[in-house]
Structure formats: C-alpha cells, structure tokens
Design a protein around this ligand. Structure first.
Ligand code: SAH
Length: 216
C-alpha cells in the first residue's frame, strides 16, 4: 500500500513536533505514528490535522495539539497492560492513542453529541479496548476503579478528590490545574500510600465542568 499524504504528514508530525521536544517513549511514539488523527476531525479540517496546534471539534471543544497528547501519554509511564481512565473523550483521539499503549481505556464525556461521534470512529477503526460513558468525569468511574493511570483532558480549579481515590497504588494521573485561561499540567503520583504532585508543562485547556470542576 502506498503512503498517503496523511501518512507522510503524520510521520513529519512525529519527527518535527514530538521527538525534538523530548517525546522519547517508544510506545508513545509508535501510537502517534499509527493513530490516524485526521479521522477524528471534520473532513474540512483534515488538511490541518497534523499541524502543531489544537483544532475545534464542535460544541465549543478542541482536540489537543499533538505534542500535548504525546506528552500526557508519555507521562503516564505505561507498559502495555494497564487500565486507564480518561476524562473528556472529545473527538476520541487521545483515547485512541491510549488504547495503543495500555490494556483497556475507560473514557467519560459530558457532551452526548461528542461521545456519539467518537464511538462511531472507535467502531469504524476497530478500537475495541475503549469503553465509554456519558457522565461527569470529575466523580470518576467508581465501579471500575482502581485505575493504573488517569488522564484528564480538560482544565479544572483543583485535582478532583474522587480521582485521587480511584488511582491505583502505584499509579499516575496527568491533569491540567489552574485558572480558566492557563493551567499547569500536573503529574500526580501515588506510591506506597503517598501522593506527590509536580508540574510538567504550562498548558491551555477547555474547562473541566462538573461537581469537582468549574460550574460552567
Ligand atoms: N481528549 C479529547 C479532548 C477534548 S477537549 C480529544 O482527544 O479530542 C475536553 C473535553 O472534556 C470536552 O469534550 C469536554 O466536553 C469534556 N469535559 C469537560 N468537563 C468534563 C467532565 N466533567 N466530564 C467529562 N467530560 C468533560
């Protein structure tokens, strides 16, 4: 099969946007090389799918810049068998990337129309290890806890306590925390009963709306 423009652009994305910025985890790079990002945005946006920026996905939401998706994935430190919870399915792209680097992905979205569209893409592209539901993700998914990794793709004022509780030990969570304009991307690590937090990047995410997030 010959390489398409999308394949060429995707390889260029990895070589120009990810590797020079320090993405080095082989599984993360392989997933970014494989998952067809253009399938997760509207056809009209396809030509921009591999650009170095976020893109609108409808309902006022965005799919993150490729580098941020890779950075968050790499930060979870996965080895392939883990159970991972994502909050904020959006387009489904981040969940698809996660599905390549862990055992099973549980993803929660609060906007019905976005989840309906993401599920169709998961089916069409055969991502069978992604399980999804409509809910307020700030309360987590207690019935499936604990999770070896939790990735929150919307920014809130604080780390939701239920997510810390539902994190396995050892386990890692990556979450943007701060104001509504800019946030710190925080890596929360649970190890031997202790929870530590450190900042790994400054980011700009849409609002995490819910019980343990913003009210709107
Ligand atoms: N991971 C997505 C990024 C989507 S943007 C992707 O790869 O495309 C963030 C998403 O978080 C939006 O779709 C928004 O509706 C959703 N969101 C915000 N607050 C939420 C909450 N409390 N629970 C679940 N989803 C939430």
């Amino acid at each position: 099969m010959s390489a398409t423009t999308f394949d060429i652009n995707r390889e260029r994305m990895v070589e120009e946007q990810l590797i020079p910025r320090g993405i080095s985890d082989p599984a993360t790079l392989a997933a970014m090389r494989k998952v067809p990002r253009h399938e997760f945005v509207d056809d009209a946006m396809g030509a921009k799918a591999y650009g170095d920026h976020p893109l609108p996905i409808g309902a006022g939401q965005t799919i993150s810049q490729p580098y941020i998706v890779a950075l968050m994935t790499q930060a979870l430190g996965l080895t392939g068998k883990e159970k991972v919870l994502e909050i904020g399915t959006g387009s489904g792209y981040q969940a698809a990337v996660l599905s390549q680097v862990c055992g099973k992905v549980y993803t929660i979205e609060r906007i019905d129309s976005l989840l309906v569209r993401a599920r169709k893409i998961f089916d069409r592209l055969h991502y069978h290890n992604i399980i999804s539901r409509i809910d307020d993700g700030t309360i987590g998914w207690a019935a499936e806890a604990p999770f070896d990794g939790i990735l929150v793709t919307a920014g809130g004022p604080e780390i939701p306590e239920p997510l810390v509780e539902q994190l396995a030990d050892p386990g890692r969570m990556v979450i943007p925390v701060g104001g509504q304009d800019v946030q710190e991307l925080q890596l929360v690590e649970k190890l031997d009963g202790d929870v530590s937090v450190r900042t790994i990047e400054h980011v700009r995410f849409v609002n995490l709306i819910g019980n343990h997030g913003w009210s709107s």
